[in-house]
Write a protein that binds this ligand. Structure first.
Ligand SMILES: Cc1cc2nc3c(=O)[nH]c(=O)nc-3n(C[C@H](O)[C@H](O)[C@H](O)COP(=O)(O)O)c2cc1C
Length: 129
């Protein structure tokens, strides 16, 4: 899909969206969601999101906006290392409306601690061998 988007002229790709899930009230045997199925987001989807960013990073040249379960700066750095050029934060704001401000501060602190002078030096920096 990312290759198709790139071939069609996309300037960037954004991933991942929610993953479709379900929840059931066993007492009533009814779905907990009005639509029966619904979008799963937040920390539960982060491993899947990281894997997809990593795969897409190796498949296309356009920049990737990575998201899915980012709750803090460490999560965000994981996405950058897996190949994201930028990140987005959604669900975390339901817990803390200024979560993204903390994410940025924590990323800056991490970079200072590690002596990383520019975020570009971390993009796709995962060491696999
Ligand atoms: C309440 C809510 C509404 C969303 N609406 C959309 C939408 O309209 N279009 C879309 O592409 N993604 C939508 N998403 C998915 C988010 O953009 C994001 O990809 C996903 O939630 C994973 O990131 P997160 O774990 O930081 O929330 C929505 C997510 C939530 C929680």
């Amino acid at each position: 899909m990312a290759r198709a988007a790139e071939d069609a002229g996309a300037d960037a790709v954004s991933l991942i969206n929610t993953i479709t899930g379900m929840a059931i009230d066993i007492g009533t045997r009814r779905p907990r969601l009005a639509n029966i199925t619904g979008g799963l987001s937040g920390p539960a989807v982060k491993p899947v999101a990281l894997r997809m960013v990593w795969e897409v990073y190796r498949a296309v040249k356009v920049p990737i906006i990575g998201m899915g379960g980012i709750m803090n700066g460490r999560d965000s750095i994981e996405f950058i290392l897996s190949g994201a050029t930028a990140v987005a934060v959604g669900t975390a704001h339901f817990i803390n409306p200024v979560a993204s401000v903390h994410v940025i501060e924590e990323m800056e602190n991490f970079m200072r601690e590690k002596g990383v002078t520019h975020i570009k030096n971390l993009i796709g920096g995962l060491i696999t061998k």
